[in-house]
Design a protein around this ligand. Structure first.
Ligand SMILES: [Cu+2]
Length: 261
């Protein structure tokens, strides 16, 4: 499914490893629902015809001795139990319960605010610089402590998230103000971003390109403008981008961290 990159069931092309499974499940549900709709519709038409008003016809309200068949309900019940056990629970576990090993992934911190997404990259030392609300300013929207040695090689961006292709990335997310919800439709997953809490979302992009980030939780007057982009690049392009960002930041040390780059 989606191997051609085209729209499937009205959704933009899938760009993550698990996106195809989500689409397959949605397609299965749609196909079965359409089939049920047609079968019930035909049966309804049959009954309307068979039991139509006739001369001298009389309605029978009770059919003593006849029991309603459980078979149609049983089929639907079995189908739904199968959906939950075979698809629902395993997919949910993969998307939400399990996270790829941090050692094999790129970990990125995100702080949402009305109305922007702020990203922090740990840099070569793999350590995220300490953050504290007391450091938050117009030029330091994430409140990164510049005196923390771990923050020396950190890079931040606003609304633009850069990630390498074919490698899982794990977002550790929180919010400064209200509840937001990080959504990338091409990635087929989303997650609430809650103040005072750290929530996690992971993706493994398998297609390079530019994908829109949207906020899926009504969060204020600027909610619809709370958009950004994920740029999925080759590992080389990503490394190059990071190097440039870090050079720019170091050259610019002491002033505002680079943003919107
Ligand atoms: Cu929002």
């Amino acid at each position: 499914m989606n191997s051609d990159g085209g729209y499937t069931i009205g959704l933009p092309p899938v760009a993550t490893t698990y996106g195809g499974d989500i689409d397959a499940l949605m397609m299965l549900l749609h196909v079965v629902m359409v089939a049920m709709f047609v079968i019930w519709g035909v049966y309804l038409a049959y009954c309307l015809f068979k039991y139509r008003a006739t001369e001298g016809g009389k309605a029978t309200y009770h059919q003593a001795g006849e029991k309603a068949s459980f078979i149609p309900d049983g089929i639907i019940l079995a189908f739904e139990v199968w959906l939950i056990l075979a698809f629902g629970i395993p997919l949910w576990a993969e998307l939400k319960q399990e996270t790829p090993p941090v050692a094999d992934s790129l970990e990125i911190h995100m702080v949402a605010e009305q109305f922007a997404w702020n990203f922090q990259y740990a840099g070569p030392d793999g350590k995220f610089g300490r953050r504290d609300t007391k450091f938050i300013s117009a030029s330091n929207p994430m409140g990164i402590d510049d005196d923390d040695p771990a923050s020396a090689d950190d890079v931040t961006t606003i609304n633009n998230l850069y990630v390498p292709v074919d490698k899982p990335f794990i977002l550790r997310m929180t919010s400064k103000d209200v509840i937001h919800d990080f959504q990338v439709t091409n990635f087929r997953n989303k997650q609430d971003v809650v103040p005072g809490m750290m929530t996690t979302l992971w993706f493994e992009p398998n297609r390079t390109g530019k994908y829109e980030i949207g906020c899926a939780q009504l969060c204020g007057l600027g909610h619809t403008k709370m958009v950004g982009n994920v740029f999925v690049k080759s590992q080389e392009e990503y490394d190059e981008w990071f190097k440039e960002e870090l050079e720019y930041k170091l050259a610019d040390a002491g002033t505002a961290p680079s943003s919107n780059s």
